[in-house]
Design a protein. Structure first.
Length: 747
């Protein structure tokens, strides 16, 4: 059917979806009279003149409508429509009264004045120069936004994403995109290389364009970093990936690599297994972390007490805390006192917490300023509870500042932390970029103590920091092996260690804290998990399910994955209710009372506390409860522990239901009760330290529901995903180099 074009003025907005811009409105047209138009037309307002392209259709209930395929706005030119347009409130700062004054003074030139001569707005009584500037800026932003929406809608990029594009690229976003479409995947969170590629092809860019190849190689390296944790890729492997995924020749890909190396966007290093290629951000981070740790490892702390003084403080702490430290624990405390940096690693029940508490007591006795930190809010809160001292997230400790899609910190080399001792728990979760930021903020002469379980899953982000540090042998490391008697009473602890050794856990003990329920099919597994969560565990143990029980699945997908389980648990725990507001975003229904999780770091989102404190930053893995929701204002309020955050509906892609979460998302957290569904998931998810991590997230009880043979497969599968990282070798090489320099000076 041939498309036609109609022009008219918007007289009423009947419906508008804020997420994708789908609109139902009434248009007044001289030839057609008033008619209904439908389609994706974001940011339309009553009074706007529009040119619509589409076709007439017959709706079975509402009769004839104009189905819009594309549209463009045309600013009104006569006084009456300009008044109607501005009175609609479309321009922030201009209400009905101001609109009347503007049109009365400037007539049909009002909009032209607002765009091109905003300084003249002060001719209106009550409009100051500052207000005039705000009105003009808002109007320019609106025109820019509509232009961006109009351009991007042809590539199926919706209104909410267009807002991010404008925020990242500014008013001249369309011109910048036309000049280089790949700026979208580089600078706009949520737009990938594939989408940028489609725009580039639409604009006529060939597949073998040097610009496309350079951006494509960068995309492949970033994809390897954030999906596989790699900080480098072997050149031959990268070239093979480029040939296959970018559909270019090996020679063209090699030219792209050379160009990136010459521009210092990529670094190449020769090794026995081939040339390693690293993006500049990971190369510089690994080098700095290696240099700083190597230097600290060979330096004595600013204040080092005598051994007798250390032993005396340990004895006093044992008496005060009513504990007796084992020899390996005492050795760890002594090492902490006598070293500038160290690692304490061990599984559950091996006494890490006791060591940290003793080190804190020792440092307090020596009048040292201590900073305690952990990668996540939950881990920091737990650290505070067990030590009695305040612990912060690493981001908060470093004074994170709002910044578009990346972390910027107050504390760095030029403005270091004042702490004499920095102790970090759950260090296995630290990725290379966060390690880089942390070490840049530690003042010269200060002490760093990293504590964590090296057998846990590695960080979500790139790198394998804790394992690389331990493997390097360059940093003093205390590996705790002894399981203490009290911990031996916990089957959670004993089974965790069995799993870690490659031994089958005890599944048939019914009177302790580790339970197994045999279920065969994924559907029955999910049904049993729901019964446990809603009825059996709360009734048997008197616990609140939402706050005390967490389901941890190896997978998002499948009948026993988090997506399916979340739907079941949401219906069981928080069913639809006329008194509860709900909102559908994509395939997810969010409802007041739901348990949700942040799934991406958001460095500039604002939170508040009851005491009036205001801060920024909600991070990947933070869990909260939807407290309220306004469909009118298109916003929901989520409570994360003691922080309150408002989410515009346009930002709901950063939240997901959290009655069930993946094991990877649970890192750094501890839950009173953990339910683990085990079905036949994808082979890449069925390995030992994933099961080990899931079990060790529980404090009081573990319930595994599923197939024992699948548990056995996971226990026996120790083929962890290899992460290609360079920190271990860099740390060894730099420490050797520093030692040689010291020896040279002495000789």
């Amino acid at each position: 059917m041939e498309e036609i074009r109609v022009v008219g003025t918007v007289t009423e907005i009947i419906y508008q979806n804020p997420d994708n811009g789908y609109t139902v409105c009434e248009i007044e047209n001289e030839g057609e009279g008033i008619f209904t138009a439908t389609g994706y037309m974001p940011y339309l307002s009553v009074g706007e003149s529009v040119a619509l392209t589409g076709r007439w259709v017959e709706h079975p209930d509402y009769g004839e409508q104009f189905k819009t395929d594309s549209y463009e706005t045309v600013l009104p030119t006569d006084e009456s429509t300009i008044l109607k347009y501005l009175s609609s409130g479309i321009v922030p700062g201009v209400g009905e009264a101001t609109a009347k004054n503007l049109v009365a003074h400037f007539g049909n030139k009002t909009l032209d004045i607002m765009l091109n001569n905003p300084d003249r707005l002060v001719e209106i009584k009550g409009i100051s120069p500052k207000r005039a500037e705000k009105i003009s800026t808002a109007f320019l932003e609106l025109q820019s936004m509509q232009g961006i929406v109009l351009y991007l809608q042809q590539f199926n990029i919706g209104a909410s994403m267009a807002m991010r594009v404008q925020k990242a690229l500014g008013r001249n976003a369309v011109e910048r995109i036309k000049d280089n479409p790949y700026i979208l995947s580089d600078m706009v969170d949520g737009i990938g290389f594939k989408t940028a590629d489609e725009i580039a092809f639409y604009q006529g860019m060939p597949k073998n364009s040097p610009v496309r190849i350079r951006h494509g190689i960068r995309f492949l390296l970033l994809d390897a970093a954030y999906s596989g944790g790699h900080t480098y890729v072997i050149e031959d492997t990268l070239l093979e990936m480029a040939v296959k995924r970018l559909e270019v020749t090996k020679e063209e890909a090699a030219e792209g690599v050379s160009s990136l190396i010459l521009s210092h966007n990529l670094y190449a290093e020769e090794y026995d297994n081939g040339r390693r290629l690293s993006l500049a951000v990971f190369y510089s981070a690994e080098n700095y972390v290696a240099r700083r740790l190597a230097s600290m490892s060979l330096s004595l702390p600013q204040y080092m007490p005598e051994r007798d003084e250390i032993e005396e403080i340990i004895a006093k702490t044992e008496e005060t805390e009513n504990i007796t430290l084992a020899e390996e624990q005492k050795a760890a405390v002594v090492t902490a006192a006598e070293s500038s940096c160290m690692v304490i690693t061990g599984g559950p029940g091996t006494g890490k917490t006791t060591i940290i508490k003793t080190i804190i007591a020792l440092m307090h006795s020596l009048a040292q300023e201590i900073a305690l930190a952990a990668p996540t809010g939950r881990a920091a809160k737990r650290m505070s509870a067990v030590t009695g001292d305040e612990a912060k997230t690493i981001h908060r400790l470093l004074g994170m500042k709002p910044s578009e899609d990346e972390a910027k910190f107050t504390y760095d080399e030029s403005n270091p932390l004042t702490a004499d001792v920095v102790i970090v728990d759950e260090a296995s979760m630290i990725d290379i970029q966060l390690a880089n930021a942390l070490l840049r903020a530690i003042k010269p002469g200060a002490k760093l103590i990293l504590c964590g379980d090296a057998d846990q899953l590695p960080s979500v982000g790139p790198g394998n920091v804790l394992r690389d540090i331990i493997a390097s042998g360059a940093i003093k490391t205390i590996s705790l092996k002894h399981i203490f008697r009290q911990a031996q009473e916990s089957l959670i602890v004993m089974n965790a260690h069995s799993i870690n050794r490659g031994e089958m856990p005890v599944l048939d003990c019914k009177d302790r804290d580790f339970f197994y329920l045999s279920r065969r099919s994924p559907d029955i597994i999910t049904q049993t998990v729901t019964e446990l969560y809603k009825v059996r565990l709360p009734r048997s143990y008197g616990i609140d399910a939402i706050s005390k029980i967490q389901v941890l699945s190896p997978s998002k997908k499948g009948a026993a994955g988090t997506i399916a389980i979340n739907k079941e648990l949401q219906y069981a725990m928080n069913p639809p209710d006329m008194l509860k507001t709900e909102y559908r975003y994509g395939n997810t229904i969010f409802r007041v009372g739901d348990k949700v999780m942040q799934i991406k770091n958001d460095y500039d989102i604002i939170w508040t506390r009851e005491n009036g404190e205001i801060g920024t930053g909600i991070f990947n893995g933070d869990m909260g409860i939807i407290e309220s929701m306004s469909l009118k204002d298109k916003v929901m309020t989520v409570i994360f522990d003691d922080r309150e955050v408002e989410y515009p509906f346009t930002n709901l892609d950063r939240l997901e239901l959290a009655y069930a979460v993946t094991v990877h998302k649970s890192q750094g957290s501890e839950f009173p009760v953990v339910i683990i569904p085990i079905a036949s998931f994808a082979p890449m998810l069925m390995y030992r330290n994933l099961l080990y991590t899931a079990v060790t997230r529980a404090r009081d009880m573990v319930v595994i529901v599923g197939r024992s043979e699948e548990i056995g497969k996971m226990v026996m599968n120790n083929d962890q995903h290899i992460r290609y990282t360079g920190l271990c070798e860099r740390l060894q090489a730099i420490r050797d180099m520093i030692e040689e320099e010291h020896l040279g000076k002495e000789n």
